[in-house]
Structures are given as structure tokens and as C-alpha cells.
Design a protein around this ligand. Sequence first.
Ligand code: PLP
Length: 383
Amino acid sequence: MPQDPFDWIDAQHERLRAAGLVRTLRPRSAGADLVDLAGNDYLGLTRHAEVVEGAAEAARRWGAGATGSRLVTGSTALHATLERELADFCGFEAALVFSSGYAANLAAVTALSGPVGSGTLLVSDEGNHASLIDGCRLARADKAVVPHADPEAVRKTLAAHGGRALAVTDSVFSVDGDAAPLAALAGVCREHGAALLVDDAHGLGVLGRGGRGALHAAGLAGARDVVATVTLSKSLGSQGGALLGPARVISHLVSTARTFIFDTGLAPAAAGAALASLAVLRREPGRAERVRAVATGLYERLTAAGLTAVRPDAAVVSVRAPSPEAAVRWAADCRERGLAVGCFRPPSVPDGVSRLRLTARADLSDEQLAGAAATIVATAPGV
Ligand SMILES: Cc1ncc(COP(=O)(O)O)c(C=O)c1O
């Protein structure tokens, strides 16, 4: 009898189970039965009436799906409008919309390090998001992983290489919510003629004037040597991703980025929702300030109560837990009291430190903020 070809999965599953690493899906309810400090709806826009109507109207007009890849039938006037609006809002020359931020990052890293044999070096921060890491893995280029948020390490790496290079970093790192030293990184890249790719997934809608993002805040939006990735799925409450940069870079991506060319275009409803969110954000720039104030308020309340947290540079607040087991229990205790929080533990965290990961929201009232902080403190391990 030949072996079942998937038998190996049982053995691997057993190893994951023994290490406490089996992941399970937990469908959430449609109602707001939990205060959500775990999702990425930073500005509280995903259920905003105008945003939902933007999605519905786009679906009614253009259909439920894009019908094809962007280069075949998947580009509509809505996609073009969204690209113009994103570029304009964030201060870049041009934009290109993808079906996800993940696909956008894969596109940027692979297409900007080509063609094969160009000798391009990818210089990647060790704390980068998985989608940038996967882009580096996919790219047929040399790679150097540098210590976290360390422009000097980037400088040394670029100097030793001496050729074409692309430095790659998150603007706000997903695990601890700390910001990259973008101005210093851009300076180092310029000294060596390297390009800089910044994933601003956690910066759009939160940082910069009226939420125009970390690159706008750093005076780098629209620079000839800088490309940004954004996601439509966090602050904009929709789904999808985009690359922003010089027009010639965007044209190059249209012709060469495989996750653009061989992927069905973004669903019209997602484009319509993102456009509606940008309109709300333009009209209500205070949402960006509010989400930052909520993050700082959470941090201050938690640290005043004796917890150890990283001072937030944007909307993510990372709170240290004593062990992986304690972190899981802590998050479960919060949930039981009506509060959803994220829980990060090894191997998802490179430094081995388990933490609760809280995401601030602009639509959280002061009372909800105080209640959430009180719940986290009351359920903290050892309290
Ligand atoms: C830093 C970062 N980059 C990229 C992504 C991927 O974006 P998307 O969810 O739109 O694929 C995420 C989150 O999911 C992220 O946190």
C-alpha cells in the first residue's frame, strides 16, 4: 500500500500542537459585542455610512468583481480615480492599486530589484513585515538583513556593496509600533545612490498632516528616489493595497510586477470604499490626531499602573507579557471582559518576547479608553 501523501502533515501538526503553535480561526460576530483593540480599523471607517455606501454604489455600478487582471478587463474608471486620489492625498506623483498590500510589497521588492543580473542589493530591516521579507525571498537579488532601525548599519552595508541597491523598511513596525528613522535612512540612501522603499501600512491615516502618512511627515513624499506601499485595509477600512512613487517607477511596475500583472484587479467595492474613506479623511483630518491621542492615552494609563509598554509612535501599543502562556491567558481574560486585544508570542516575534498588541482607534470614546485600560490592568499577570 503506498503511503498517504499527506501523512507528514499529521506529524507536523503534532509538533506545532506540542509547541502551542496551532492556529485556529474564530469567526467574529457582526455586532459590536467586544471593544476592539485588536483590529486595524484605526479611524473607525469600515462601518462609516459613507464608506459602506461607497462600496455598495461601486458594486452596483461596476459589479461584484473586477472581472479580470488590471491589464485585461480589471481596470475601471474607479481604479484610475482611486490611484489619482491616493497619489494626490499622500503627495506622490503616481500610484498603482493592487488587490492587497501584501501583493503590493511583493511587487515593489521584486520589480525594483530586477532585472536578474543587475547586481542589486536588497537591504532589509530585521523587523520588517512578512510581506517585505517574502518580497526579498522572491526577488532574484542579493540580500542583506540589517539590525532594526539602524541607519548606520544601512550605511555600512551600502558602502561595502558599492553598487545598485534598494533599502526596504516598514515606517511603523507591526510588532512594537515603533517608527523607522526615515529621514536618516533617506539621507544614507542618497549618499550611496540607493532607492528607499517604505511600507507605510501603519502610517497612512495616522501619521503626517491629516493622516497623509509617515513619508509626508518626514518630508519624503514625492521624492524621486522613494517609493511607498500603503494598504487600504487598515485606516481606510477597506481592502487592497497601493504603491506610490515617481511616475516612471509606477509605469515600470505596470509592465513588470508579476503580482500586478497576474492577479485579478481590486474589487470595485473595495476601491469605492477606499475612495469614500479618503473623502472622509480629507473632511475630518482630526481623526488622525485622535487615533494618536488614544494610543498615547492607553500607553500612559498602562505604564502608570506599572505595566511595561513601548511608547507608541503611531496607533500600535505593545505591552510586555512575562511568558507566552501568560500572554495567551491575559488576552483570553480581556476577551471574557468584553475587550479584544492582540497577542504576539514566539515565533511571530523575533526577539522571543511575548506581548499584548493593542491597536488604538479614533472612534474610541474617553470612557471606552479608560475602561479598556482598566480591564488590561485588572487582568494583567500577577495583579
Ligand atoms: C506592515 C504591513 N505591511 C503590509 C501588510 C499587508 O497588507 P494587506 O493586509 O493589505 O495585504 C500588513 C498587514 O496586514 C502590514 O501590517
